[in-house]
Design a protein around this ligand. Structure first.
Ligand code: ADP
Ligand code: MG
Length: 247
């Protein structure tokens, strides 16, 4: 579904070049919920921004479905971003002047294809995420949890192949974090969504099928949840992070 191979990315600041991604390879299968963890500055956001087609990588390949993203021109990339990717931002970025339902419809509006089918999709998403009753309200009139569910619903509007989220629980208390993670689980179960989430929060990551840990610009280790209970998986993640700190 998503295949990242040997991805390299450096930033030039003045005369110095900082190598951030030094050959990252990973895969996400359809219907998987995958987290990327790693210390601050390890390149998580950079990796996500490359996959989002937001910044170009220097070398390596990113394949989404049957498309090689590096080979696409700007127009094709814009189309991939609108049609194939769904984004959940850290502060959710709902538009205050639009209702919940209009916010959810936004990707269809941007894609220029609002019709009976997309209207039905918006209603279905409101049902799945339990926000049908507040669909006509504006962001200022709804709770934090409802905003989060609206943001996840919006990311799913165009039936994306992949949902990308950068620290979606980063600014949230533990109850709201749970709500976001629960929305992702619903998206996975009810809509077979594929989710790729960057987080430094082992609690959030422990709900994932697989956790990829980045260090020094490469994948240091991948942990599979398998049949492990969530709590035990979180303990394994914390052990791995401690071990990484000792090396
Ligand atoms: P993470 O999300 O894991 O905290 P980032 O991908 O944001 O890490 O950043 C990785 C490294 O790259 C950091 O050292 C950061 O300072 C640097 N960096 C990120 N963006 C830029 C940029 N636009 N220009 C220069 N350096 C950057
Ligand atoms: Mg980051």
């Amino acid at each position: 579904m998503l295949t990242v191979e040997n991805l390299h990315k450096s930033y030039r600041v003045g005369k110095t070049t900082y190598e951030v991604l030094k050959g990252v390879s990973l895969q996400v299968e359809r219907g998987e919920f995958v987290a990327v963890m790693g210390p601050s500055g390890s390149g998580k956001t950079t990796l996500l921004n490359c996959i989002s087609c937001y910044i170009p990588a220097d070398a390596g390949s990113i394949r989404l479905g049957d498309q090689e993203l590096a080979k696409l021109d700007e127009e094709a990339l814009a189309q991939v971003r609108n049609q194939k990717l769904g984004f959940v931002f850290q502060d959710f970025l709902l538009l205050d002047g639009l209702t919940v339902r209009q916010n959810i419809l936004l990707p269809a509006i941007i894609g220029g294809k609002v019709c009976a089918k997309t209207e039905d999709r918006a209603d279905q998403l409101c049902q799945v995420f339990g926000i049908a009753a507040i669909a006509g309200k504006y962001p200022a009139e709804i709770s934090g949890g409802e905003k989060q569910r609206t943001a996840v619903a919006r990311a799913l509007m165009n039936h994306p192949l992949l949902i990308l989220a950068d620290e979606p629980t980063g600014n949230l208390d533990s109850k709201s974090s749970r709500a976001v993670i629960h929305s992702f689980e619903q998206a996975k179960q009810a809509l077979n969504a594929t989710i790729f989430m960057v987080t430094h929060d082992s609690f959030a990551a422990s709900f994932c099928d697989r956790v990829v840990i980045l260090r020094d610009g490469v994948v240091w280790r991948t942990l599979e949840k398998g049949g492990t209970a969530r709590g035990a998986f979180q303990d394994r993640l914390l052990d791995a992070i401690r071990e990484m700190g000792r090396e």
